[in-house]
Structure formats: structure tokens, C-alpha cells
Design a binder for this molecule. Structure first.
Ligand code: C5P
Length: 227
């Protein structure tokens, strides 16, 4: 069957990765979480004293980009690929609120974006891919056959992220999660390089009131119309 490229963009915690994983599994496509790549660079920067609450040494990050190798390795029991930094599984480390609090500053750096966008485009060379992020339909795969733009109210999104962090055992409070979601959305949509915007030909899906299954069925119909 004809393989296509599916680009899913949207604000944080709009459920992009959930539906992307469902689609990839259903279609037998690769799923790539591009946010995990920005989080991996952030983790590298935190580990190498490049970024903290007190400082951000941008030049040091740029001159160290050649020391960063990001890969995805499929985990059969989880049913999706986990992210590795220089050969080490960092899937758990990159999902914390601390990484979330720095990642949008890292993602503003054009040199970082250039490096990651090239890798993302390479991963999608053969199509048959679902990738989610902020600039997938606009920059990474501007010719994607199907582009989705996911939205939901900030409170709905913060509640989802809060429950996710709590279920992993992180000690966070709702206010700080809501603040992080709103702050990242602001930085991501106001940055100079590849801001988060809806591609002209993207279909908007507001899932505030949809169940996961309703959302999946709705999107599957859109996919099937492109195959
Ligand atoms: O998708 P996730 O919330 O994990 O993404 C983390 C951050 O990575 C975003 O808030 C954004 O700053 C950055 N990002 C990006 N471009 C992408 C994917 C993520 O700038 N394609």
C-alpha cells in the first residue's frame, strides 16, 4: 500500500504523541517523537553544566553539538522506540519537569534546530512515518500528505501533564505544571526560528471533549482518505 508522511503539530500536552503512537502501530509506520530529541539535547546541556537556573552558555552548547548522538531503539514491551543519548537510554530522565523547564530555551537555538531537523528528515526519507512536534508540517515535512494541528484548552493540557508526572512518581504541583505548559507554549510560538504555527494545509483537531477512541477514529478516517 502507498505509504505517506503524517505530521502532527500542536501545543504541549495536546495528546500528539498518544495518537501518533496509535496511528504508527495501526499502520505499521515508524513513530518519531521529535520533542524527545530537543529534550535529549537539553539533558546533555544539563549534564555538562551548560544550562541551569543561573546560566545558559549558548556558545558552549553550539561548540558541543558534534558530541551529541541521538538514536531511537524500539522497545518491544513498551511498543514504541525509546530515546538514547550517546548510547545511553535516557527515556525516563528527559520526561521530568526540570527538563521541561529548560527545553524551550534550547529549542530556540537555530544551530540545534538545524541539526535535529536534518536528522528528522533523514528518518522520514522513505515515508511510512508519523512524527509529532512543533514544526513538522511547516519545516520538517512541508510536503507531508497529512498534517494535523492538535489543540485543547490550557487547563485540560496541564491536567493531562500533571497526571502523567504524578503517575510516574514525580513530586509536582498543578500550578507549576500549568505554568510550565503556558510558558513553553509562549516561547515555542514566539521564537524567531520555526515558531509553532498551524501550517496552512493542516487540519485542526480540538480534542478537549473527545475520548481517545473518538479522536483515533476521526484521525484514522483522515488518514484513510490519503492512502
Ligand atoms: O513534544 P514535547 O512537549 O516533548 O517537546 C518539548 C519541547 O521541545 C517543546 O516545548 C519545544 O520547545 C521543543 N520542540 C520543538 N520542535 C519540535 C518538537 C519539540 O521546538 N519539533
Amino acid at each position: 500500500m502507498n505509504k505517506i508522511t503524517i505530521a502532527i503539530d500542536g501545543f504541549s500536552s495536546t495528546g500528539k504523541s498518544t495518537v501518533a503512537k496509535q496511528l504508527a502501530k495501526h499502520l505499521g509506520y515508524i513513530y518519531v517523537d521529535s520533542g524527545a530529541m530537543y529534550r535529549a539535547v537539553t539533558w546533555f546541556a544539563m549534564q555538562n553544566n551548560i544550562i541551569s537556573k543561573e546560566h545558559f552558555y549558548i556558545d558552549k552548547l553550539i561548540s558541543n553539538l558534534h558530541n551529541i548522538t541521538i538514536s531511537f531503539i524500539f522497545n518491544d514491551s513498551l511498543g514504541f522506540a525509546e530515546v538514547y543519548l550517546n548510547g545511553k537510554n535516557i527515556e525516563k530522565q528527559i520526561r521530568t519537569l526540570e527538563v521541561s523547564s529548560f527545553v524551550s530555551q534550547i529549542a530556540e537555538i537555530s544551530e540545534v534546530r538545524e541539526l535535529l531537523v536534518k536528522q528528522q528528515q533523514k528518518l522520514g526519507e522513505k515515508k511510512g512515518i508519523v512524527m509529532d512536534g512543533r514544526d513538522i508540517g511547516t519545516v520538517v515535512f512541508p510536503k507531508a500528505e497529512l498534517k494535523l494541528f492538535m489543540t485543547a484548552s490550557p487547563e485540560t493540557r496541564a491536567t493531562r501533564r500533571f497526571n502523567e508526572l504524578i503517575s510516574r512518581g514525580d513530586k509536582v504541583n498543578f500550578e507549576e505544571v500549568l505554568h510550565n505548559v503556558q510558558e513553553r507554549d509562549y516561547i515555542d510560538s514566539h521564537r524567531e526560528d520555526s515558531p509553532l504555527i498551524k501550517a496552512e494545509d493542516a487540519i485542526e483537531i480540538d480534542n478537549s471533549t473527545l475520548t481517545l477512541d473518538q479522536q483515533f477514529q476521526k484521525i484514522l478516517q483522515l488518514v484513510e482518505s490519503k492512502l
